[in-house]
Design a binder for this molecule. Structure first.
Ligand SMILES: [Zn+2]
Ligand SMILES: [Zn+2]
Length: 154
């Protein structure tokens, strides 16, 4: 994404624009794999040898607090971040914990009448849990092996 535009987004949120902060933001926005702070840190240390993991954590937290990225998903032991703020659904593999984006699928929730006056929905986050293609194939192989191993004794 255009650097000038990212600088504008940071300034609009009254966040100080430092080269490190801009690089972290840029890393996050230009990818789809929902990186952790550690992943971004590892990728940027060559370019910014003085960068610390704490700075990456703090920056991501500031970006999130300002609504410039979101934190994804309850499954991971370390938080993963998403620079894509368009409404989308997350498909989360329960085995390898990768997060895939699903766009352009309309999703809506209708509150029951009893809640319609009590609450107004403004946004939502949807996480669908399951197995990715690779894990699905591996899980099938593993259970297949077990069956074949059991077979002789049966
Ligand atoms: Zn998987
Ligand atoms: Zn996403």
């Amino acid at each position: 994404m255009d650097k000038v535009y990212l600088v504008k987004l940071l300034k609009d949120k009254e966040l100080q624009v430092t080269p490190q902060r801009l690089a972290i933001f840029e890393r996050l926005v230009d990818r789809k794999d929902h990186p952790s702070a550690e992943m971004i840190y590892t990728e940027l240390t060559r370019e910014f040898p003085s960068l610390t993991l704490v700075t990456v954590y703090n920056t991501l937290q500031k970006l999130e607090a300002s609504g410039l990225c979101c934190k994804v998903n309850p499954l991971h032991s370390s938080a993963r971040y998403d620079g894509n703020l368009d409404a989308h659904i997350h498909l989360i593999c329960s085995r390898c914990e990768q997060v895939l984006d699903l766009h352009d699928v309309p999703f809506s929730v209708e509150l029951p009448d009893s809640l319609a006056d009590a609450f107004e929905v403004r946004s939502h986050r949807v996480n669908l849990f399951g197995l990715c293609k690779t894990c699905h194939a591996e899980a099938a192989t593993v259970s297949g092996d077990r069956k074949s191993r059991k077979a002789p004794s049966a």
